[in-house]
Design a protein around this ligand. Structure first.
Ligand SMILES: Nc1ncnc2c1ncn2[C@@H]1O[C@H](COP(=O)(O)OP(=O)(O)OP(=O)(O)O)[C@@H](O)[C@H]1O
Length: 367
């Protein structure tokens, strides 16, 4: 996208000399306050809106040189509230584009069922109508419909804005999984900076008037906001959020205060204030004081453990802060305890990470 401007007939400049290089097979997020030109930018990509000036190249080809129908079919489009056809069943909604492309009904429906599975929709919903689905399920149908003809590009305009936070997180995780599996080029519009940071390989922050404020990987955005506008938009807690990009790999874990239930007090040869009790398989049960170990008393909750190595320092910190003992519990992918770590040790690791100034987008980890 090279120096693209959109001036509406009434003179409004919605997008102002925007230049962006959208990377292939990754998620690029356009984020910014209401009215900053996100939707206009997205729609210029598939020519639902024609730019007033500038050039949009797709795979090196000027988008104006391609027939608009060919262009649109190479781009799935997902909008808020899914925009489903209310009088068509779920399976037929998803089969819409393949049918338009001339596929036989059976083949199109088979493809639709395959996609339902891919986006996490139960096959039993196939014959229902959109009004018989929850908002989150409808949104999944919207994604499946956009993927139906296997377009290389997906354009998504605030697709998850209308659902509650829990469902939204599920949809975001699903999108990341689909992207990892299918390697689509996705351009995603949101006004939610958390969503942008979570989903984006690259994030374009736009300011009112359709001007680009910064275009960077999320870790860089959080560590080096280009100016005060971006800094304000990222919010006051960007320091904590940045921890999402530091892996917990280097945290020093200890097994010293970890004991098996029924293992006897002699196992607790530590002067730790609290002991973590596990079951016979090594899964966490809860914390206790050493003197209460033999008494079979109530255990204190251990909170949500983090997966050492996979989860981020932010996840580890969260576990420690939420734990009544101030210690976070690390587990492996089977949920077995690999050690515990104190808030102080995590704080040291955080200082170390910040000092190193590690802002590499490749360091993006979950949690
Ligand atoms: N058809 C139109 N005619 C005139 N002005 C328009 C038209 N469509 C959009 N605008 C204006 O262009 C600007 C950018 O609009 P756009 O919808 O692209 O913003 P947005 O960032 O997607 O906003 P939101 O987050 O509120 O959806 C706004 O000031 C809007 O009022």
């Amino acid at each position: 996208m090279d120096s693209v401007t959109k001036r509406y007939p009434d003179g409004t400049v919605a997008v102002d000399r925007l230049s962006l290089e959208i990377p292939d097979r990754s998620i690029t997020v356009l984020v910014g306050p209401s009215g900053c030109g996100k939707t206009t930018t997205l729609r210029m990509i598939n020519r639902m809106i024609e730019p007033s000036e500038g050039t949009i190249l797709i795979d090196g080809k000027d988008s104006r040189q391609q027939p608009v129908n060919t262009l649109r079919r190479s781009m799935g489009y997902v909008i808020q509230n899914a925009g489903l056809f209310q009088h068509r069943t779920i399976v037929d909604n998803i089969a819409t584009v393949p049918r338009l492309l001339g596929w036989k009904k059976d083949k199109a429906r088979e493809r639709a069922r395959e996609l339902m599975d891919r986006v996490g929709l139960d096959a039993s919903l196939a014959k229902r109508y959109p009004y018989q689905l929850s908002g989150g399920q409808q949104q999944r149908v919207g994604v499946a419909r956009a993927l139906a003809a296997d377009p290389p590009v997906l354009l998504m305009d605030e697709p998850f804005s209308a659902v509650d936070p829990v469902v939204r997180k599920g949809l975001q995780d699903e999108l990341l999984r689909i992207q990892a599996e299918l390697g689509k080029t996705i351009v995603f519009v949101t006004h939610d900076i958390d969503e942008a940071v979570k989903l984006g390989t690259m994030v374009a922050v736009l300011r009112t008037g359709g001007k680009l404020a910064q275009f960077a990987p999320p870790a860089e955005l959080l560590s080096h906001p280009a100016d005060e506008f971006v800094e304000d938009f990222l919010g006051a807690d960007r320091g904590v959020r940045r921890l999402s990009f530091f892996p917990s790999t280097g945290l020093e874990l200890t097994m010293a205060p970890v004991v098996k239930a029924g293992g006897g007090a002699e196992r607790a040869a530590t002067d730790a204030e609290f002991l973590l009790v596990t079951d016979a398989d090594g899964r966490p049960l809860g914390w206790t004081r050493p003197r209460d170990l033999a008494a079979d008393g109530q255990l204190l909750p251990y909170g949500r453990p983090f997966v050492a190595g996979t989860d981020s320092l932010r996840a580890a910190l969260d576990c420690a802060v939420l734990s009544p003992t101030g210690w976070a519990v690390a587990v492996d992918t089977d949920g077995k305890v690999t050690g515990v770590v104190s808030q102080q040790t995590i704080a040291q690791a955080i200082r170390g990470a910040h000092d190193e100034g590690r802002t590499d987008a490749d360091a993006k980890v979950t949690g």
